[in-house]
Write a new protein. Structure first.
Length: 341
């Protein structure tokens, strides 16, 4: 998702009700305090009162690094710039990031993770919350609980858990039941993440993990109305119609209009394809459009292809009868923190 989740995406995805908060792409911390321009690049919302999107949804700033002193220095810098919350990324599975001792690489040693969280917590004190995101381990799940407990002991006020190890990447299935083991042991809120593509997935993730809240990542790009879909069902028990291609195309077109003011047209086309790549796995119309447009590099031609008349086959998957019955039951509703990252 790197490159797609920026301030424009946060703006678009939070225009409908559904999200409670959002998280920036990570600010990469190595060995020095970064200048303010780096923080504003990743989080332009720092310039707004309250650090919010246009629809007044809070934006949390994420840091990624392993050096406690450098993390602390940048935490203090973020606090001076007005950050309302700091999230620490220990979940990124990218090989380049891991080779440089960032993201999920710290899951090999819970003590290092604890020192990183502790340094940031000490740097900002109780001025703003410090949260963390982890996976279920690096190569296996043996240290998953230890890492979660380490984050809590160091001062994290909330923990997001992606339901796979680093080595599992994004391959299904997501092990939501393992998040449940962590949730049972921690006193701080635990948020379930991973493979939540639909209302049915949301219900499964909450049921198996026991978590009150979920985080949406790729699922929010695949269906830009997923958070709204979840929120509407919580409040009414009603299922909204599937997101139409027209609605998806409108969002992609708005995204392009925002991006083309500052980026070259070919870069905007690349970002649109990256977003559509998430859509196509769950929607036949998006898959058909992506196939037709994937070789196009001219932005205007690409946008024209988004709006061309085309039959709409609808979503790829449909819920089975058991899930339909469970989703109709009020006892399974509850709350969701759907935070796009």
């Amino acid at each position: 998702m790197e490159g797609v989740i920026d301030a424009h995406t946060r703006d678009l995805l939070t225009r409908d009700a559904g999200f409670d908060w959002t998280v920036t792409e990570f600010v990469r911390v190595v060995d020095a305090r970064l200048p303010p321009r780096v923080f504003y690049k990743h989080c332009p919302e720092l310039a707004t009162e309250g650090v919010i999107t246009r629809n007044r949804i809070p934006v949390h700033l994420q840091l990624l690094g392993s050096d406690p002193d450098a993390l602390a220095a940048n935490a203090r810098q973020a606090l001076r710039l007005g950050a309302i919350s700091l999230d620490l990324n220990f979940g990124c599975p990218a090989k380049l990031v891991n080779r440089h001792d960032g993201g999920a690489s710290l899951l090999r040693d819970p003590r290092r993770l604890e020192r990183a969280v502790d340094a940031v917590h000490r740097a900002v004190g109780d001025s703003i919350p410090v949260t963390a995101k982890i996976r279920l381990g690096f190569s296996d799940r043996r240290r998953a609980l230890d890492c979660a407990l380490a984050a809590e002991a160091a001062g994290a006020t909330q923990l997001v858990v992606h339901a796979r190890t680093r080595d599992e990447g994004y391959r299904p299935p997501a092990h939501w039941e393992w998040i449940g083991r962590i949730n049972q042991r921690l006193r701080i809120p635990v948020v379930a993440n991973g493979d939540i593509w639909s209302l049915e997935d949301y219900w499964k993730a909450r049921t198996l993990s026991g978590c009150r809240d979920v985080m949406l990542g790729r699922g929010a790009l695949a269906d830009p109305r997923l958070a709204l879909r979840i929120r509407h069902w919580q409040r009414t028990g009603e299922r909204l119609p599937a997101t139409s291609w027209t609605e998806r195309a409108d969002i992609l077109t708005s995204y392009a209009a925002m991006q083309r003011t500052t980026l070259p047209a070919k870069v905007v086309v690349s970002l649109l394809k990256q977003w559509m790549n998430h859509m196509k796995a769950r929607d036949r119309e998006a898959a058909s459009r992506f196939q037709a447009l994937r070789r196009i590099t001219d932005l205007d031609e690409f946008l024209a292809g988004l709006g061309a008349q085309h039959p709409e086959p609808g979503p790829v998957t449909t819920p089975d009868a058991t899930l339909r019955q469970n989703l109709a039951s009020p006892k399974h509703r509850g709350e969701a923190v759907a935070a796009a990252q």
